[in-house]
Design a protein around this ligand. Structure first.
Ligand code: HEC
Ligand code: HEC
Length: 320
């Protein structure tokens, strides 16, 4: 039988027979069917069992892990079905009915990757990060603000998103490792990997260690110099010297979900994760997971990040 797609083992991207990229939003069930067909092993059923055992809502194993607050799940699910599912899909795979009309696409939570976090790059979001996104929405995208839902219930939504994300991440990891090793992956080991990544006690926000520098011409000038400094920040390589998102390396990027992505144009003044100095400090310091923009905290100082914030803000103000 002809296999319609093959998966590049390095990038995990699916390609069609003619070498072109396959649709990136292939439902997980189809991926599972492909693995069964290609490897000739039973995968769907043992995966469902393992997933239920380690991350099922009725599983005592999952309950004891303390990874989600089970008391919030039922309400979270109800609210999710009413407010989010049309975009993010029933199981959080980003494949809701409205999804294909939107750019950027609604997030697929099942990769366990979140963009707008206060934690170090590649780390999971804090509950407060998810709460912030749900409360304020993401400017310049279809993600609405849900501040009208009382905070108690927004916290229920946070918990349900975490649950879908962990479970999806486990299933995706099982699929990838099974595919690579050509035998059913060790579920205990994979569950442990995912649990450790989400362990709340391991996660900390990266916060400014210096007070905001005065927002004056001197700070903007220092920020500009840093922005243009290829060896240190290479901001301009992506965002362009004048912040229009048109730097020499601006094209050809793809995000972790397989969609094209371009560096932000600052002159419009629309910042998805917020436009306040604190918001911008967080975006620059921690980077944006799943995109080519990495973390800068560590390679440059807290006060230098404040200067960059002022420079970025000055580009917006000048454009108005
Ligand atoms: C009209 C479509 C739409 C609806 C409805 C919607 N979202 Fe989103 N959501 C999006 C889009 C689009 C993005 C991705 C934006 C991006 O990639 O920058 C997103 C991203 C997110 C993220 C990821 C944030 C991050 O840091 O990566 C979370 C969490 C989220 N939405 C939660 C929710 C919840 C919870 C609801 C319901 C209460 C909801 N969304 C309803 C469109 C929607
Ligand atoms: C490798 C390319 C690359 C480099 C280098 C880079 N960025 Fe970005 N940056 C991006 C991309 C891509 C996005 C858009 C992410 C998205 O759409 O979610 C982005 C988004 C942003 C945002 C917008 C956040 C928001 O809320 O919308 C800010 C601010 C930003 N970058 C600042 C900087 C600064 C300052 C530097 C240097 C210290 C820098 N970037 C370096 C690629 C880069």
């Amino acid at each position: 039988m002809v296999v319609p797609f093959f998966r590049d083992p390095d990038t995990e991207v699916l390609f069609g027979q003619d070498g072109t990229r396959a649709e990136t939003d292939i439902p997980f069930a189809e991926d599972v069917a492909l693995v069964e067909e290609e490897l000739g092993l039973e995968f769907a059923e043992p995966l469902a069992e393992a997933s239920e055992h380690w991350f099922g809502l009725d599983s005592s194993e999952f309950r004891q892990s303390g990874l989600v607050d089970h008391a919030r799940i039922a309400s979270g699910r109800r609210l999710y079905e009413a407010n989010c599912q049309g975009c993010h899909g029933a199981d959080g795979d980003g494949g809701g009915a409205a999804a294909r009309f939107l750019s950027p696409r609604p997030r697929n939570f099942r990769k366990g990757v979140f963009k707008f976090t206060s934690t170090a790059t590649f780390e999971k979001p804090l509950r407060s990060d998810l709460l912030r996104v749900i409360t304020t929405g993401l400017a310049g995208s279809a993600m609405p603000s849900f501040f009208l839902i009382p905070e108690e219930h927004r916290l229920d939504l946070v918990e349900y998103v975490r649950y879908m994300s962990m479970r999806g991440e486990f299933e995706t990891l099982m699929l990838d490792v099974t595919y690579d090793e050509e035998e059913f992956a060790d579920a205990t080991e994979m569950a442990e990997i995912v649990r450790e990544r989400w362990l709340p006690s391991e996660l900390r926000a990266l916060l400014p260690t210096t007070p905001e520098t005065p927002d004056d011409d001197a700070s903007v000038a220092r920020g500009r110099e840093l922005f243009l400094e290829d060896a240190l920040t290479s901001c301009a390589k992506c965002h362009g010297a004048t912040g229009k998102g048109d730097g020499p390396s601006a094209t050809g990027f793809e995000d972790d979900w397989g969609y094209d992505i371009v560096p932000r144009d600052f002159t419009g003044g629309v910042f998805r994760a917020g436009e306040s100095a604190e918001d911008l400090w967080r975006s620059i310091a921690t980077g944006i997971n799943g995109t080519p923009m990495g973390q800068f905290s560590g390679s440059i100082g807290s006060d230098q990040i404040w200067d960059l914030v002022h420079f970025v803000q000055s580009l917006t103000v000048e454009a108005k």
